[in-house]
Write a protein that binds this ligand. Structure first.
Ligand SMILES: Cc1cc2nc3c(=O)[nH]c(=O)nc-3n(C[C@H](O)[C@H](O)[C@H](O)COP(=O)(O)OP(=O)(O)OC[C@H]3O[C@@H](n4cnc5c(N)ncnc54)[C@H](O)[C@@H]3O)c2cc1C
Length: 402
């Protein structure tokens, strides 16, 4: 346990048990804090699309002792094949060429594999409260009074929102999401579907201007596919957020005349029981805390899937926040240090969106032609350059424990 002053935070409530939440809980427990995690789902969420752990974030999971587990779960995708409107091949690439990942080092794992590995590291050490969420937060000089949806009331020294892009903690603390949300011009649907094409460890991506359809085989020919439909929407369709039928209708209309296998994919979407629909956007906030409440991961600085860096920012941000709380006398200094030491890394990675979005999902015929020429150029290149933003933060040593 670290030697913190009597005025330092001792009890911490974390909302959200996905990536940032359990990572923060692991480190805070190690530094001697009493941690409670509240998660609205009834268990850690399994399944889900593949996500990346790269650069600085690799060091976080290594220090947590879960790197070997994640290496064993690594999805070793053989190739990305880009297709034109009729399904003809545009380019076949190594995945690292597209993502700027470092082969043999960076990892891509199923989201459920990562959440399970993180949960295992802390499940016996901190208090988990599933099937509940925060209803109200009331800050005062001595702590934060929390009323849970279940009706229970408790007081914590500090509360941290790790409850994702559409964070309720952020809303309760600082108001509606719209003021912090930077809409990036796309809507998307992800779901799993039967592997009727017999694909194995590969990704196929079909594009026309403003529309993309991808099939991702993270396993073998007998395993289901991750389907991904991403399309340009100049105006954010906010009214669709809680209406799955309207979401399906919009997707079906958007892809009505599409070639290749897109008709089959849209049909599968109608049958999917795990459809996830959202808009591509970032969270950009002038400050990541207010009083005794701070935010971490997507709730504070979601970079969007277009960067592929959301998981890595969540892991690194949680590590940095825990370390700041362990090394500073009170939460005000700790939150200031967390932000000072982490913001540049976040900014650099959020900035990748302008490159990535334009590159993979062009909205005009000219931009698509430019992208295809660029992809053909990558095929000819002997090696790929890692993305500097992924490793832009050199992780400080953990705070001392005794
Ligand atoms: C389609 C898609 C593809 C992606 N691809 C990639 C990729 O390739 N690479 C990558 O790095 N990232 C990717 N991401 C982003 C990545 O999934 C997120 O950045 C990452 O999960 C953020 O972690 P987090 O812990 O901050 O939040 P989340 O993972 O969003 O977790 C928030 C948690 O809080 C819980 N919760 C929500 N509200 C409450 C509440 N009120 N009370 C209690 N609990 C609550 C939720 O149930 C959830 O468990 C992708 C995201 C999407 C949607």
């Amino acid at each position: 346990m670290t030697s913190r002053s009597d005025t330092a935070a001792h009890t911490v409530l974390i909302t959200g048990a996905s990536l940032a939440g359990p990572t923060l809980a692991y480190w805070l427990h190690r530094y001697g804090f009493a941690v409670t995690l509240v998660e609205k789902a009834h268990a850690p969420r399994g399944g889900g699309y593949p996500i990346d752990v790269r650069g600085t974030a690799i060091e976080v999971v290594r220090r947590m002792g879960i790197l070997p587990t994640l290496q064993a779960a690594h999805i070793d995708t053989g190739r990305f094949t880009f297709l034109d409107a009729d399904g003809a091949e545009v380019a076949v690439l190594r995945p690292s060429a597209v993502a700027g990942s470092v082969e043999g080092q960076d990892l891509e794992v199923g989201r459920g594999n990562l959440t399970a590995a993180l949960y295992e590291t802390v499940r016996d050490d901190v208090e988990f409260v599933f099937d509940d969420s925060v209803d109200t937060l009331d800050q005062h000089e001595r702590g934060v009074d929390v009323t849970f949806r279940s009706g229970r009331q408790r007081t914590f020294d500090v509360v941290v929102g790790a409850d994702g892009m559409h964070s309720g903690t952020r809303r309760a603390l600082l108001g509606p999401e719209e003021q912090f949300h930077r809409y990036l011009g796309y809507s998307f649907a992800v779901f799993t579907m039967p592997n009727t094409l017999g694909l194995s460890r590969e990704l196929l991506m079909w594009n026309t201007p403003g529309r993309a359809a991808a099939l991702y085989a993270t396993g073998g020919a007998d395993d289901d596919l991750h389907a991904f439909l991403n399309f340009h929407q100049p105006e954010q369709p906010l009214h669709l957020r809680r209406d799955p039928d309207a979401q399906r209708d919009l997707v079906a209309r958007t892809y009505a005349d599409a070639g290749w296998e897109v008709g089959t994919i849209v049909k599968a979407m109608h049958q999917a029981d795990d459809l996830f629909f959202d808009t591509a956007g970032q969270i950009r906030m002038p400050r990541w805390s207010s009083g005794r409440v701070a935010l971490v991961g997507d709730s504070a600085y979601a970079p969007s899937f277009l960067t592929g860096q959301g998981s890595s920012l969540a892991l690194v941000g949680a590590y940095m926040l825990a370390r700041s709380l362990a090394t500073h006398g009170d939460h005000v200094d700790a939150f200031a240090a967390y932000e000072r030491d982490t913001r540049e890394f976040v900014t650099l990675n959020q900035a990748l969106v302008d490159k990535g979005g334009a590159r993979l999902f062009p909205t005009t015929a000219e931009a698509l032609e430019r992208r295809n020429a660029m992809l053909r150029g990558l095929v000819a290149m002997p090696a790929t350059t890692p993305q500097p933003a992924h490793s832009a933060l050199v992780l400080p040593e953990p705070a001392p424990t005794s």
